[in-house]
Write a protein that binds this ligand. Structure first.
Ligand code: GLN
Length: 196
């Protein structure tokens, strides 16, 4: 069974752990960088990206997660986690991990639509998935290496670049575990590639 960590500094940790378990993985709440060694994949949850970024710097996760990524191990960022993975954040000079070649706009859906739910088609998943958007970021630009997996109202909300997966929305707040199953599959592939 693949071990999937959920970065447990701030945000929707328990919900991701539940979804990973439901999708057939073994969830691990990650509070220390040493825990990364035993993992096959890592989720950076939603919450507040500035806070998560600060705590990551404080506890040594910036370098540790960049190293994890350099080994080809999969990362999945949801909502604030997407912002943390992005190379560029609109209107901010500094980004966080700068791993995924995308530009994001924070809180991009505007006040009237701060939160909403929808059924969203995602490339690689058969039927639309249930997606919860809460003060969600949008992906404004992607490099050619990035595969756009879904678009909502003309805006990119799910994308993948090799071993990196991001969603603007919260897939962990529903009983639909298919995006977590998709990520587990990425972790399985990465682990098998290593063995080969
Ligand atoms: N608006 C938050 C941010 O900018 C993200 C919201 C979320 O994760 N639900 O960090």
């Amino acid at each position: 069974m693949r071990k999937i960590g959920v970065l447990a500094l701030q945000g929707a940790v328990a919900e991701h752990m539940r979804s990973i378990a439901a999708a057939g993985g073994e969830p691990v709440a990650v509070k220390l960088t040493e825990q990364l060694d035993e993992l096959d994949g890592l989720i950076i949850p939603g919450g507040e990206s500035t806070t998560i970024g600060k705590l990551m710097r404080k506890y040594g996760f910036m370098e540790a997660i960049r190293e994890f990524s350099a080994q080809g191990k999969p990362l999945f960022g949801t909502c604030a986690g997407l912002i943390v993975l992005a190379k560029r954040i609109e209107g901010q000079e500094e980004a966080h991990l700068e791993l995924m070649d995308i530009t994001v706009a924070r809180n991009a859906f505007g006040r009237q639509r701060e939160s909403f739910e929808t059924d969203l088609p995602v490339k690689g998943i058969e039927d639309p998935i249930r997606a919860v958007f809460i003060r969600a970021p949008l992906i404004k630009e992607v490099s050619p290496e990035v595969d756009v997996l879904s678009v909502y109202n003309g805006e990119i909300v799910t994308a993948r670049q090799g071993h990196l997966l991001v969603s603007s929305y919260h897939p962990e707040l529903t009983d639909d575990y298919r995006l977590h199953a998709y990520f587990l599959n990425m972790a399985e592939e990465a682990a098998n590639r290593k063995k080969a």
